[in-house]
Design a binder for this molecule. Structure first.
Ligand SMILES: *Cc1c(COP(=O)(O)O)cnc(C)c1O
Length: 392
């Protein structure tokens, strides 16, 4: 084909091809161990899988109700109550097609074109695309990095607020860094939101995947926050079911009505037979979640220790599926070039953190590795990376 203008609309053109796609195809082509994309290589609780099969056999194959099946909305409301916020399952809980749709519908339904949304970078890539789809502008604030741990600079968030700011997006536990914001961090963001009358979108998909002595503080639990916050989560990460795309948004009626207005014309509904299965898991598989957390913490330890011994300095990860590593002790290479070289020469795929950021320079030596894989897969990856310790 000859040279011609790509027909994608201008506001979406920057999102055309993602580094995840590039890295995964590279991993497939080279047979590399894929620690790039964050999906588990084992299934969720057996009783949840069985409940989905039973729902299909039992004829739950037509459109579920617009806001989601009552049994799932009740299970989600119980789940939020355990975290300390009471939502009415009728009118304050909305089932979505994954957290991804909940995020897009929240921004589309609540942010006017031309307004600004504050993102903390590095950030999950769908936030920026959703802001662009809404015709809004993103303002990014970098997390701090002291060489060991990524953290929040509340003063920088405050400084990014303008008359146009409509919303702050918070993600804790944080993808890609694994940082779990402290109570003081969450209080500082809440304070800014209240003083400037801003909405908050909080992405809590890793809320159960927390290690060591870290504590998850949902921002909606703080005074004056429930009525200005949309809380988003999903079954994907809690139950090893990233392909099911069952997510949810919770908020008070004026906000959730706006989210529903956008959502009903994105997909209307989704995942009929998976909804009762996730409801079952949220209710009956609490112990399974505890087991997942423990095993992920062990796998985090295994990968972080392996990276450290090779000289790829891992930073502190207290949650999520990910640990970030600093390659500058081994090479001057930009992390993007490093990640393009890695599958071919060492048989491992990873993702440069700059792919999740606007500021390319700041993250030029940071690489994200996923540890949500079987232990033998992680051991194999470390074995393959081992020759790196002798340099490139
Ligand atoms: C995986 C992920 C999502 C998407 O969740 P789905 O339910 O699969 O749509 C959203 N936010 C973050 C931070 C994630 O890592």
């Amino acid at each position: 084909m000859g040279e011609r203008e790509i027909p994608t609309v201008a506001r979406l053109r920057p999102f055309g091809s993602t580094i995840f796609h590039e890295m995964t195809s590279l991993a497939v082509r080279t047979g590399a161990v894929n620690l790039g994309q964050g999906f588990p290589d084992s299934d969720g609780p057996a009783s949840m899988l069985e409940a989905a099969r039973a729902a299909i056999s039992g004829g739950l194959n037509q459109y579920p109700p617009g806001p989601g099946m009552p049994v799932l909305r009740e299970a989600i409301a119980d789940e939020r109550a355990r975290f300390g916020v009471d939502y009415n399952p009728d009118g304050e809980v909305l089932v979505t097609v994954g957290a991804t749709e909940a995020i897009a519908a929240t921004i589309l339904g609540l942010v006017e074109p031309g307004r600004e949304v504050i993102l903390l970078e590095p950030y999950y890539d769908s936030y920026a695309a959703a802001v662009a789809m809404a015709g809004a502008e993103r303002r990014t604030v970098a997390l701090t990095f002291d060489g060991t741990r990524y953290g929040l600079d509340a003063a920088a968030v405050e400084a990014a607020v303008t008359e146009k700011t409509a919303m702050i997006v918070v993600n804790s536990p944080h993808n890609p860094t694994g940082t779990v914001f402290t109570r003081a961090d969450i209080e500082a963001i809440a304070d800014i939101a209240r003083r400037h009358d801003l909405l908050v979108l909080t992405d809590e998909v890793y809320e159960h995947l927390i290690f060591d002595d870290a504590v998850h503080v949902p921002i909606a639990t703080l005074p004056g926050m429930a009525e200005r916050t949309v809380t988003v989560s999903s079954a994907a990460k809690t139950f090893n079911a990233t392909g099911w795309k069952i997510g949810w948004a919770c908020s008070t009626p004026p906000l959730i009505d706006a989210v529903r207005t956008a959502k009903q014309f994105l997909t209307f509904v989704g995942g009929g037979p998976f909804q009762p299965a996730v409801a079952h898991a949220l209710t009956a598989e609490r112990a399974w979640i505890g087991g997942l957390r423990e095993s992920l913490q062990r796998r985090r330890d295994l990968l972080a220790k392996g990276l450290d011994e090779i000289g790829l300095r891992p930073s502190v990860s207290n949650g999520t599926y990910f640990v970030c590593a600093d390659i500058s002790g081994l090479t001057d290479m930009d992390a993007k070039d490093f990640c393009r070289m890695l599958p071919e020469r060492f048989g491992v795929a990873a993702v440069p953190v700059s792919a999740l950021a606007d500021d390319q320079q700041r993250y030029r030596s940071q690489v994200r590795f996923a540890f949500c894989k079987a232990e033998d897969v992680l051991v194999e990856a470390i074995t393959r990376l081992d020759p790196l310790r002798d340099g490139l």
